[in-house]
Design a protein around this ligand. Structure first.
Ligand SMILES: [Zn+2]
Ligand SMILES: [Zn+2]
Length: 364
């Protein structure tokens, strides 16, 4: 029996995604087929769609998804058929220097970056899978190691978001920065990752959580997930930094940049008080460079941290974040303000370019 799936395909970077019916291979040893329930639309997808990041094509898009395991290859014991899984977009190689240290989120040699299954085969005949998972498809064949079982009762759309933005933002606060209780925190950019930083700051016990964006309409969502204060940013970065200092007794102990722009990365650094930490979470276009005054940075013992994928160990962190979402400790579904179908993908990208919506989720 041949399994087919409708999928959002990018024929080449910088061109519109098109929905095509593709043929899937049968899962082999170490692989599973997942019937997708939900896929988030993340800014990384837009970077690829718009040609800001070069990726091999043709490729099925999407890297933030969840579904139910429908079939497993020979010898696969986890996950099991019928389990709800969130998909990890990074499968560690297990051999490199980062993996040997347990820093799997920093693996530079992940097979996920080849956008194929582990042996180079493609799950969809002749078409690659973004990060080896291709969540913008009705079904996908993925490495078993990428499919992480979640606790029963997890909302599928929340599970999808745990696959990227929630883990990226919550992990940046709890794992990368390990924000101590009582700290003041500012978050620049209130998309899915930024709001996840806000949720993480609540879990960390931050005393002040200042949400910053250029769009005031985003503040309701920020307050709904735990922001204590908001700052509307304009073109004057110095004014934004002054507002942050005013609200946090001289500057936030931790500033999270969750946009991926040079200007906001520089703002994160210049807003810091003595001993403060800037955590850069947003991914810029390739080649972007930032600058800052070195003397006060060193003199004030400030720090800059880069955080990829919230320092995630998916098999440990996904079930933990999912349990917190079921308990209401991480109100993940409040991030979702538009539910769409696969055919709406180009419309979703257009809305994202206009800065609309916090998180759009494709439901299957
Ligand atoms: Zn993402
Ligand atoms: Zn590795």
């Amino acid at each position: 029996m041949t399994v087919t799936a409708r999928a959002a395909v990018l024929e080449s970077v910088g061109t519109p995604a098109v929905v095509r019916v593709l043929e899937l291979i049968e899962p082999r040893a170490g692989e599973v087929r997942v019937r997708m329930l939900a896929s988030g639309v993340c800014h990384s997808d837009l970077h690829v769609r718009d040609g800001e990041w070069d990726r091999p094509t043709p490729i099925v898009m999407g890297h933030e998804g969840a579904g139910v395991v429908e079939a497993v290859g020979p010898g696969v014991t986890t996950p099991r058929v019928g389990e709800l899984v969130a998909l990890s977009w990074l499968i560690p190689c297990g051999r490199c220097r980062s993996c040997r240290r347990g820093h799997v989120w920093a693996c530079p040699d992940s097979p996920s970056y080849r956008h194929t299954l582990l042996d180079g085969e493609t799950a969809f005949r002749g078409v690659r899978s973004y990060c080896a998972i291709a969540t913008m498809a009705e079904a996908s064949v993925v490495p078993a190691a990428a499919a992480i079982p979640l606790p029963a009762g997890t909302d599928p759309a929340a599970a999808a978001l745990i696959g990227c933005c929630v883990t990226t933002g919550v992990g940046a606060v709890l794992k990368t920065a390990a924000v101590p209780a009582g700290s003041s925190v500012a978050v620049l950019g209130l998309g899915g990752v930024g709001l996840s930083c806000v949720m993480g700051a609540v879990v960390a016990g931050a005393s002040r959580i200042v949400a910053v964006d250029r769009v005031a309409a985003r503040f309701d969502a920020a307050r709904a997930v735990g922001a204590t204060d908001t700052v509307l940013a304009g073109d004057d970065a110095a004014a934004t930094a002054a507002a942050l200092r005013e609200l946090t007794d001289g500057g936030p102990d931790f500033v999270f940049e969750a946009i991926g722009r040079v200007e906001t990365a520089e703002l994160a650094i210049t807003s810091l008080p003595l001993g403060g930490t800037a955590v850069l979470v947003g991914m810029t276009p390739m080649g972007a460079r930032a600058s800052f005054d070195v003397y006060p940075f060193v003199d004030g013992s400030r720090r800059i941290l880069g955080s990829n994928y919230g320092f995630a160990v998916p098999a440990v962190d996904f079930p933990r974040y999912a349990a917190w979402s079921v308990e209401g400790r991480l109100p993940v579904t409040r991030l979702i303000d538009r539910r769409i179908g696969l055919d709406d993908i180009e419309d979703a990208f257009a809305a994202m370019r206009r800065g609309e919506y916090t998180r759009q989720v494709i439901e299957f």
